[in-house]
Structures are given as structure tokens and as C-alpha cells.
Design a protein around this ligand. Structure first.
Ligand SMILES: Nc1ncnc2c1ncn2[C@@H]1O[C@H](COP(=O)(O)OP(=O)(O)OP(=O)(O)O)[C@@H](O)[C@H]1O
Ligand SMILES: [Mg+2]
Length: 223
């Protein structure tokens, strides 16, 4: 099976020559469809930077990232945005839900943005929220939900468009132990069911141990 993600000699630095901060250097990494991988590493070692490079939110300063054998940098901006939207869903430590929108609208949004019809988008959002036990909270805004509920909505939003890979940056860092384990079970369950990949940054070894592989980022490289 060919790789979904490949990083070849990937490097990244912030700033210009005068004040350069090298954050990643010479990283080789690949991930197959359906695989789950945890990335561990101390605060500031470059985990979020790596996720941003893989997802195409930042451009490598050396080396390259391939998505399904395509280098996104070789595409037009429109094609790159489309590839990114089809490939990745994101969950962050803080949910980043739109606070003036209901749970239902937040989850439907990725479908509406890509041009799906409103009725269909709302229906699919409702189905997914029902599946994750939030059918009684469809019209609640983020401020009217608990922390764990908000993170479940954020997970639903990341998965609603059926991306090939879910990227999660400390998705449970902000939750109590019970909500964290619920959110993680949900991520793993949906991942298995949909055969999508899961790339997760976490400080929690119990979470990391549930993934197919664990890698550690330190001294600019991934091992
Ligand atoms: N815009 C920027 N300009 C300069 N340096 C930056 C910038 N953004 C991040 N950095 C530095 O790059 C390094 C890596 O940051 P990154 O956010 O990837 O770390 P991280 O491993 O995700 O940390 P955490 O576990 O705390 O989230 C840090 O030392 C940070 O200070
Ligand atoms: Mg980070």
C-alpha cells in the first residue's frame, strides 16, 4: 500500500538568517492509510510545527512533504486547498469552535464550505452528533456545552467531511481524565470504522500507547 504521508529530509526554521530558529531538521517520516501514530516530545520541540508542515499550513524551509505521492507545493493554490481539505481534519487542544454558531452548525460548516447543499450538510452533521451522544445538544452554542462536549463537537467537525487523516494536536490536553478518555475512544472508534489515519500529538503516555506507533521528537528530529 502506498503511503498517505511522506516527509523527506524535512526541515523548518523560523525567522531570517540573522535571527534564525531551527525547529526541525532532516526528518524522514511516513504514514500509511489507516495507521495511527502518536508523536511525543517536550514543550517547544516542534510538534505543532511538524503538524502544520504536514498539513500544508506552513511551507518547509528544506526537504519536502508528499501527500499521496503529490508535493502540494507543486500545485496551484486552489488545487492545494482542495487536496488539504480532502485529506485532513483537525482537532486542537482548545476546540476552536465558532462561538456564535450552534453545535449543529459548527459541525456542518466544513461541508457547507466545500459546497455541499445545506439540507444534506445539516443532516450529516446531525447524524454524526447523534452517533457521539450529543443529539440533545444540537442547538447549544459552545458556551452552553461542557469542556468534554465541546471537544466531541470539535472531533465531529474534524471528521464530518471524511478526511483520509485526522490530525490532533493535544486534543485532550484541556480535559479532565474521564472526558479525555471518552474523546480518545471516540477518535479511535471513528478511525477504525472509517479506515482513516490518525496522527496525534500528546503528552499522555496512556493515549500514545493506544496508537499503532509512537515517535518522539527531540533535538530537531523524529525517532
Ligand atoms: N512564529 C515563530 N517565530 C519564532 N519561533 C517560533 C514561532 N512559532 C514557534 N516558535 C518556536 O518554535 C519552537 C517549536 O514550537 P512548536 O509550537 O512547534 O512546539 P511544540 O512542540 O508544539 O510545543 P508545545 O508542546 O508547547 O505545544 C518553539 O521553541 C517556539 O518557541
Ligand atoms: Mg504544540
Amino acid at each position: 500500500m502506498s503511503n498517505l504521508i511522506e516527509c523527506h529530509a524535512l526541515g523548518f526554521s523560523y525567522g531570517d538568517d540573522a535571527s534564525k530558529t531551527q525547529v526541525l531538521d532532516n526528518i524522514d517520516f511516513s504514514m500509511k492509510p489507516g495507521e495511527s501514530v502518536a508523536i511525543l516530545g517536550q514543550s517547544g520541540c516542534g510538534k505543532s510545527t511538524l503538524l502544520n508542515l504536514i498539513a500544508g499550513l506552513d511551507t518547509p524551509t528544506s526537504g519536502e512533504v508528499l501527500i499521496s505521492n503529490i508535493n502540494p507545493c507543486s500545485l496551484t493554490e486552489n488545487a492545494r486547498t482542495k487536496l488539504r481539505a480532502e485529506t485532513f481534519g483537525f482537532v486542537y487542544q482548545f476546540h476552536h469552535l465558532l462561538r456564535d454558531f450552534s453545535a449543529l452548525d459548527n459541525v456542518a460548516l466544513p461541508l457547507l464550505i466545500r459546497g455541499d447543499g445545506k439540507k444534506d450538510a445539516l443532516q450529516r452533521a446531525e447524524q454524526l452528533l447523534t452517533k457521539i451522544g450529543l443529539e440533545h445538544r444540537l442547538q447549544h452554542k459552545p458556551g452552553e456545552l461542557s469542556g468534554g462536549e465541546r471537544q466531541r463537537v470539535a472531533i465531529a467537525r474534524a471528521l464530518v467531511a471524511k478526511p483520509a487523516c485526522l490530525i490532533a494536536d493535544e486534543p485532550t490536553g484541556n480535559l479532565d481524565a474521564y472526558s479525555a478518555s471518552e474523546a480518545l475512544s471516540l477518535l479511535l472508534e471513528l478511525n477504525k470504522e472509517r479506515q482513516s489515519s490518525l496522527l496525534i500529538v500528546t503528552h499522555d503516555l496512556a493515549i500514545a500507547n493506544k496508537m499503532d506507533r509512537i515517535l518522539t521528537l527531540s533535538n530537531l528530529t523524529l525517532k
